[in-house]
Design a protein around this ligand. Structure first.
Ligand code: NDP
Length: 330
């Protein structure tokens, strides 16, 4: 591959930042022991913030955004990877402090890379992306807690979003009865198609929570935080658990210790960004086994590489449904 390649680059200006699709060269690549050809990427909310500059997520300039990417190794000084290996990259501050996937090439630390499982292609991996992989981490936390389908219903908040939709699909394939919470009640058929047994309006979870409410759920996956999570906590059955990964509602958590000390419930915090490689590999291998790949088509859509700046605006405006798959031009 030539030392020249196409990629988006964010530069700092006096009154903010610019983001342009330009001709880059190997000199623009950042430090690392593996260089790979990016074949597919996807779009996350944080990428929207980086592309538009509406929040200072980019910490180093110039920088190529793109948290998620998947491609083929072009050069490696690492024992773990050889030329031709397929790799997945996400987290570790890529797309914020280190150049990422919105370019034809990337160079990163081998410690950040996961080998693409043989059964998965790059397109599927990016349809799953950080959101899907985070869902798997949440499911694994509930399993580790010992929650089985026999314990009762599992609640998933933000069910039509990236993390929530994959969580619904995974849990239902694993035999759990899933209750999906959404603000988009018109998405009922989409959510039932993913395997949700029941749909609840998120308005039911919006008011200030009581310390304890009726015990309803064996476990929950929460992407919302705020009153939503506080209400979920108050409704978890004795000994149950919640895997919390997001703040789509709020960063606050207006709850009390009552459900913890009177019902022995557990709140697991899930972080995908700094998750160790062994856990990541486990999660990606579980996704191969436990996610119905035919559902990925319903969960995703193709986004043209050239349309990324507009898509960055759209994701911040909540106009994007499902996972964007971006094929990086050859
Ligand atoms: P999306 O934007 O795709 O989905 C979020 C969903 O949350 C929305 O689709 C909506 O679902 C729901 N929602 C939106 N606003 C509210 C609200 N005020 N109250 C309750 N629910 C709301 O985002 P992702 O699924 O990709 O990410 C979800 C969250 O998880 C984000 O906060 C993200 O930052 C975080 N995250 C954290 C990771 C980690 O490592 N911890 C990794 C990935 C994501 P609906 O319309 O169905 O109600």
């Amino acid at each position: 591959m030539s030392s020249q390649f196409q990629g988006y680059q964010i530069n700092k200006t006096e009154d903010g930042q610019t983001c342009e699709l330009k001709q880059l060269s190997d000199d623009d690549l950042m430090e690392g022991d593996v260089t790979f050809k990016v074949e597919y990427s996807t779009l996350n909310y944080k990428d929207g913030l980086a592309l538009t500059g509406s929040s200072p997520v980019v910490r180093k300039f110039p920088l190529t955004p793109g948290i998620d990417s998947c491609g083929t190794v072009l050069a490696s000084e690492s024992d773990r990877f050889s030329v031709g290996d397929k790799v997945i990259l996400n987290g570790f501050g890529v797309g914020e402090g280190h150049s990422g996937g919105f370019a034809q090439k990337a160079r990163v630390k081998s410690d950040w890379l996961v080998k693409l499982p043989d059964e998965l292609n790059s397109r599927h991996a990016m349809a799953i992306g950080t959101a899907g992989y985070t869902s798997m981490l949440c499911v694994m936390a509930l399993e580790k807690h010992g929650i089985t389908p026999g314990h009762g219903d599992i609640l998933v908040t933000g069910a039509s979003g990236g993390v929530g939709s994959v969580a619904v699909a995974l849990l239902s394939k694993l035999g759990y009865s899933v209750v999906a919470v959404t603000g988009r009640m018109n998405e009922e058929s989409f959510l039932k198609g993913l395997g949700a047994a029941e749909i609840r309006d998120r308005a039911e979870f919006a008011d200030k929570a009581r310390p304890l409410s009726k015990e309803l759920w064996a476990g929950a996956i929460d992407v919302a935080g705020g009153n939503t999570l506080a209400n979920v906590i108050s409704q978890i059955k004795y000994g149950g658990a919640i895997a919390a990964c997001g703040l789509a509602d709020s960063m606050s958590l207006p709850t009390t210790v009552a459900p913890f000390i009177l019902r022995s419930i557990t709140l697991y915090g899930i972080d995908s960004v700094m998750a160790p490689i062994a856990l990541r590999e486990q999660a990606w291998n579980r996704l191969v086994k436990d996610l119905d790949m035919s559902l990925l088509e319903d969960l995703s859509f193709d986004l043209d590489f050239n349309d990324l700046p507009q898509a960055g605006e759209d994701i911040l405006a909540g106009k994007i449904r499902g996972r964007a798959i971006i094929k990086i031009p050859e």
